[in-house]
Design a protein around this ligand. Structure first.
Ligand code: ASP
Ligand code: MG
Length: 420
C-alpha cells in the first residue's frame, strides 16, 4: 500500500462526464489498496470566466487594489470542482471528503494572485486517510496569516499537488493532464517529437522555465527541493486500463543522474515567444553602465533574462537585453524617459518579434561541442543568431520570431531527437 497524490488539470475536470471518469480512475487506485489524495484544477475555462467577470466590472484596472478579491473569486473554481469530485466518488461507492485550502490548512504568504506556500498541515488529511476516505484538496489556493484566501498564480494546481505530496511524504505524485507526458519538443511544431519516458528534474526545471507549458515551474522547484517522485501522464486513457500499466505510463521526473547515463546528450528543445529585445545604443563605455541601465529596470520590478554588451567603438557601446513581452512597452518608456538622458546614450531600439529557442540536456555537462553543433545547424538554415546564453545544461539563442519553427525542427533533427 502506498500514499499517492493525483492531480487532475482543468481539461480532465472539464465536464460532469469527465469528473465521473476521474472518480472511477481514483476509485480504481483506492481499491488497489492505496491511500489517495486528489488535487483538482477548476473545470477548464472556469478561472478565465471568473477573472473575465472581474475585468468587466473594473476594465483597465491594473493596480493591486482588488487582488484580494480576485483570489476570493478565482479560488471558487477549484472549490466547485473538488466538491463535484467528492460527490462523484461517493456515487462510485467510495468514502470521500473535499477541503478548501484554508481547511487543511495550506498556509501561504499574502502575495495575492501569486502567493507562495509556506506550510501544509497534514493532520486532518491523515485522519481521513486512516478512516479509509479519499481526500480531495483544492488546487491553486491557500490561506494567508490573516485568514484571507490566496491563490498561487495561473497553473498553480500543479504546485498545490506537489506541495501536498511533499507534506504527506507521498510515494508518488501523478500529474494527470491532456498530454501523455513530456515530449522532446512540442509535437504541434515537430510531428516526430517523442515522449520521454524519463527526464531529470533539472532538465524539467529548465524546460519549464524556457517555455514548455506542461508543468508550472514552481511545482518542479518544489519537487526538486523535497525530492517528490513525480510523473506526468494522460487522463484520457480509459479509466479502467490496467493499473500497473498506468503506473508506468507518461514521463517520470527523476533525481538519479545515473539513470540518465545512456540517454541522449540533448533531451529536449524548448521555445517561446514570451520575450522582447531592447538595445540601448551609443552608451558611453565606462564603469557603472550595466548597473545604471539594469538597476533602473530592476527598480521598476521588471525581470531581465538575457544580457549582451557589445565591444566598444570610439568609447561607445551598445547594450542589449530581453524582458518579458508584457513588460516591453513599460521598459522602453522607462529607458527613453530616464535612462537614456541620464547616460548620454544615443537612443533605445526594441524588437518584440523575437523568440528564444533552447536545447536542454544534462549530458551537456560532460560533452563538448554541443553548443557549436547548435550554431552550425542554425547557420545551415540561414538563421541569424541575435543573442546567446548558456548554463551548464542548456544553450539558448534569440532569433527572429519568423524562423522559430524552422529552427526547432532543424535542431530536433540535428540532435537525433526523432530517433528512439
Ligand atoms: N485554475 C487555475 C488556472 O486556471 C489553476 C490551475 O488550473 O492550475 O490557472
Ligand atoms: Mg496546468
Amino acid at each position: 500500500m502506498a500514499l499517492i497524490v493525483h492531480k487532475y488539470g482543468g481539461t480532465s475536470m472539464g465536464s460532469t462526464e469527465r469528473i465521473r471518469n476521474v472518480a472511477k480512475r481514483v476509485a480504481k487506485w483506492a481499491r488497489a489498496g492505496h491511500q489517495m489524495v486528489v488535487v483538482p484544477s477548476a473545470m477548464s475555462g472556469e478561472t478565465n470566466r471568473l477573472l473575465g467577470l472581474a475585468k468587466e466590472l473594473a476594465p483597465g484596472k491594473t493596480d493591486a487594489a482588488y487582488d484580494r478579491e480576485l483570489d476570493m473569486l478565482a479560488s471558487t473554481g477549484e472549490q466547485a470542482s473538488s466538491a463535484l469530485l467528492a460527490i462523484a466518488l461517493q456515487c462510485e461507492g467510495m468514502q470521500s471528503v473535499s477541503y478548501a485550502g484554508w481547511q487543511v490548512p495550506i498556509k501561504t504568504n499574502s502575495a495575492f494572485t501569486k502567493a507562495r506556500i509556506e506550510s501544509i498541515d497534514d493532520e486532518r488529511v491523515r485522519k481521513d486517510l486512516a478512516a479509509g476516505r479519499v481526500v480531495i484538496v483544492t488546487g491553486f489556493q491557500g490561506v494567508d496569516p490573516d485568514g484571507n484566501i490566496t491563490t498561487l498564480g495561473r497553473g498553480g494546481s500543479d504546485t498545490s499537488a506537489v506541495a501536498v505530496a511533499a507534506a504527506m511524504k507521498a510515494d508518488e505524485c501523478l500529474i494527470y493532464t491532456d498530454v501523455d507526458g513530456v515530449y522532446t519538443t512540442d509535437p504541434r511544431v515537430v510531428p516526430e517529437a517523442r515522449r520521454l519516458t524519463s527526464v531529470s528534474f533539472e532538465e524539467m526545471l529548465e524546460m519549464a522555465s524556457l517555455g514548455s507549458k506542461v508543468l508550472q515551474i514552481r511545482s518542479v522547484e518544489f519537487a526538486g527541493k523535497y525530492k517528490v517522485p513525480m510523473r506526468v501522464l494522460s487522463s484520457f486513457t480509459p479509466w479502467d486500463i490496467d493499473i500497473h500499466e498506468e503506473a508506468k505510463s507518461g514521463t517520470l521526473i527523476t533525481f538519479e543522474e545515473d539513470e540518465k547515463m545512456e540517454q541522449a546528450v540533448v533531451s529536449g528543445i524548448a521555445f517561446n515567444r514570451d520575450e522582447a529585445k531592447i538595445s540601448v545604443v551609443g552608451v558611453p563605455d565606462k564603469p557603472g553602465i550595466a548597473y545604471q541601465i539594469l538597476g533602473a529596470v530592476a527598480d521598476a520590478n521588471i525581470e531581465v533574462d538575457m544580457i549582451i554588451q557589445n565591444i566598444s567603438k570610439d568609447g561607445k557601446t551598445d547594450f542589449s537585453f530581453t524582458v518579458h513581452r508584457n513588460d516591453f512597452a513599460r521598459t522602453m518608456d522607462l529607458l527613453k524617459e530616464k535612462v537614456v538622458p541620464a547616460l548620454g546614450a544615443t537612443s533605445v531600439t526594441g524588437d518584440a518579434k523575437i523568440c528564444k529557442v533552447s536545447i536542454v540536456g544534462i549530458g551537456m555537462r560532460s560533452h563538448v561541442g554541443i553548443a557549436s553543433k547548435m550554431f552550425r545547424s542554425l547557420s545551415e538554415e540561414g538563421i541569424n543568431i541575435q543573442m546567446i546564453s548558456t548554463s551548464e545544461i542548456k544553450t539558448s539563442v534569440v532569433i527572429d520570431e519568423k524562423y522559430m519553427e524552422l529552427a526547432v525542427r532543424a535542431l530536433h533533427k540535428a540532435f537525433d531527437l526523432d530517433q528512439a
